[in-house]
Design a protein around this ligand. Structure first.
Ligand code: AHG
Ligand code: MN
Ligand code: MN
Ligand code: MN
Length: 289
């Protein structure tokens, strides 16, 4: 099942085809380079390699005016200006959870297709999704109509679930950061959730979010005492994941409002990130009010 907008379909198909290559290319690239990304984090060899591969391909698509990545300081202008034309801006987290490469655990690729110049609000997204390098390589893609899960193989994507929606009954939770670093109000909320749900935390946002989409529940990487702005990036992680979960019938929040309504200041803004069933996000926002 393809996407009706030909440029969006070309971007999604390109990422889908690249996923098989990225997965293969992880082998032998499990080290780090002595460079830091714009968020000040040491880059994995695979971060840099996946970003170059995706950048080369996505900047070559007609109708894509900007490419931005968690691994690059500046936006790459590669076509018409999305601010003044109908060109799109594509933002990627080429490898999410890349520190999991060392322990051979879940990782993924996150993408957002914005109908605006970057940095942009999440409600400028026209499509967003992620590839999950699990036992099976899958893609979850949200457009303004529907959320679809595909299996990726040999460059092809096969629908496995159409109209994916978050189950009504929450089952799992996962919270990032160290417990002593959680603010008291979040810790009180977390203790309630811990007494009700099962812990699922794998250290990669997309793996943990896919558990929430599959079983119901919530994932959060909260504002920390040491880091009130949180860890995760708004353009590359918060907006795309918030868009997917909201299109799947759940909610997203930075603790006070939908991630998709947060005004960005810079391309690499961090944000507290919470997604999941609406009543859990309601309770979170009440606890932090
Ligand atoms: P990335 O590998 O793209 O930098 O993202 C890592 C993020 C996210 O995937 C995950 O939720 C979080 O870091 C885990 O952080 P901790 O290692 O602090 O648990
Ligand atoms: Mn990183
Ligand atoms: Mn990430
Ligand atoms: Mn990353």
């Amino acid at each position: 099942m393809t996407v009706s907008d030909p440029v969006v379909e070309d971007v999604v198909a390109t990422i889908g085809r690249s996923a098989t290559e990225i997965r293969q290319g992880l082998i032998g690239r499990r080290g780090t380079v002595d460079e830091e990304n714009p968020s000040g984090e040491t880059q994995a060899e695979a971060d840099v390699w996946a970003d170059e591969l995706l950048g080369d391909r996505l900047t070559g698509i007609g109708g894509v005016g900007q490419y931005a990545s968690e691994e690059r300081a500046a936006v790459v202008d590669c076509g018409d200006d999305p601010a003044t034309t109908d060109a799109y801006a594509v933002a990627v987290d080429p490898l999410d959870g890349s520190s999991n490469l060392t322990s051979n655990n879940t990782m993924g690729t996150i993408f957002g297709i914005y109908d605006a110049a970057l940095p942009a609000r999440g409600d400028a997204l026209v499509a967003a999704g992620f590839v999950l390098y699990g036992p099976i390589t899958t893609m979850v893609l949200a457009t303004d109509e529907i959320v679809t899960e595909y299996e990726l193989s040999g460059g092809e994507r096969t629908v496995v679930e159409r109209d994916l929606t978050i189950p009504a009954e929450p089952v799992v939770y996962g919270f990032g950061g160290r417990v002593p670093d959680w603010p008291d109000d979040f810790r009180a909320y977390a203790r309630e959730i811990e007494s009700e749900l099962k812990l699922r935390y794998g250290g990669a946002l997309i793996g943990d979010v896919n558990q929430v989409l599959t079983y119901g529940g919530t994932f959060g990487y909260p504002a920390l005492e040491s880091r009130p702005e949180g860890k995760l990036r708004l353009q590359f992680e918060g907006n795309p994941i918030g868009y997917v979960v909201e299109r799947a019938g759940g909610r997203s929040s930075n603790g006070t409002q939908s991630l998709l309504t947060v005004e960005p200041e810079t391309l690499h803004d961090r944000t507290p990130l919470h997604v999941g069933n609406d009543e859990l996000i309601d309770r979170l926002e009440a606890a932090l009010a």
